[in-house]
Design a protein around this ligand. Structure first.
Ligand SMILES: [Zn+2]
Ligand SMILES: [Zn+2]
Length: 261
């Protein structure tokens, strides 16, 4: 999981930083040479992507749907919503994402989720903080979309929780990485359409017992790696609103713009 242990000096430095601060991995990563998160070329410490890969990733900016954050080709006015959000307003207030999930960016998301590129969290949090500046500023607490414990055991980490810790570290906003919990195992959402995804996660996410007081009347920012149809975001939102949260926003690393099924 921690890919820097090859070097003795760095490994002892890692232990030292971790002893000072539990999320020390994130701090340490900013001190070491970084590889391009897409192709592996060595880039500057402040980088994340090399000069070749950077222009291929489509970062999302205004104009966009005021609700789900879908990027618009043309500015259609402040507060404009996309067709889907006009037909049925999502339960969350605003969803925002750093970049479009497509062929150029897929590897960024997958390597973060499956290939132990946990060192990417601080760079991704920087991009997400730009895309969701207002959401972070207004949030009282930041929480990740939860993994079921069986999936957590297999993967060893929840990539959304790493993003939450990095975002909280940047902003000073309170993080609660275990606020939400999966109450049952759900099959992978891959290959499911809008309705299938909605059914798949219905009632599968809840606020952890005893945490209701911490969110009553508060604005919660839910964080995930990819926004696809918004089904998981809606399930998290409903659970939080039922438990007394005032409002919910969603911030993800990437967002599907065209249906992928
Ligand atoms: Zn590159
Ligand atoms: Zn929308």
């Amino acid at each position: 999981m921690f890919r820097l242990h090859r070097d003795e000096g760095r490994a002892s430095a890692a232990g030292f930083v971790r002893a000072l601060w539990p999320a020390g991995r994130l701090a340490l990563d900013t001190l070491l040479p970084m590889q391009c998160l897409s192709c592996g070329t060595v880039v500057g410490a402040e980088g994340g992507l090399c000069a070749k890969c950077w222009p291929k990733v489509t970062f999302i900016q205004s104009p966009q749907c005021a609700a789900c954050g879908l990027p618009f080709a043309h500015d259609v006015g402040v507060g404009a919503r996309c067709g889907a959000c006009s037909r049925e307003l999502p339960p969350y207030d605003r969803a925002r994402a750093a970049f479009v999930y497509d062929d150029a960016s897929r590897n960024l998301v997958l390597s973060f989720k499956h290939a132990d590129r946990t060192d990417a969290a601080s760079v991704y949090a920087r991009w997400m903080a730009q895309a969701g500046a207002a959401l972070i500023e207004e949030a009282d607490v930041i929480a990740p979309v939860p993994l079921h414990w069986t999936r957590l055991l297999r993967r060893r980490y929840n990539q959304a929780a790493l993003l939450v810790i990095a975002l909280a570290h940047r902003s000073g906003t309170r993080a609660d990485p275990s606020l939400l919990v999966r109450t049952r195992r759900t099959p992978s959402q891959g290959g499911l359409g809008v309705t299938g995804r909605r059914e798949n996660v219905r009632g599968a996410i809840a606020v952890r017992d005893g945490r209701q007081d911490g969110i009553a009347g508060r604005r919660v920012l839910v964080v995930d790696d990819v926004f696809t149809t918004g089904a998981t975001a809606a399930a998290c939102t409903r659970a939080l609103l039922r438990s007394g949260a005032k409002a919910v926003d969603l911030l993800t690393l990437a967002r599907v713009v065209r249906p992928i099924f």
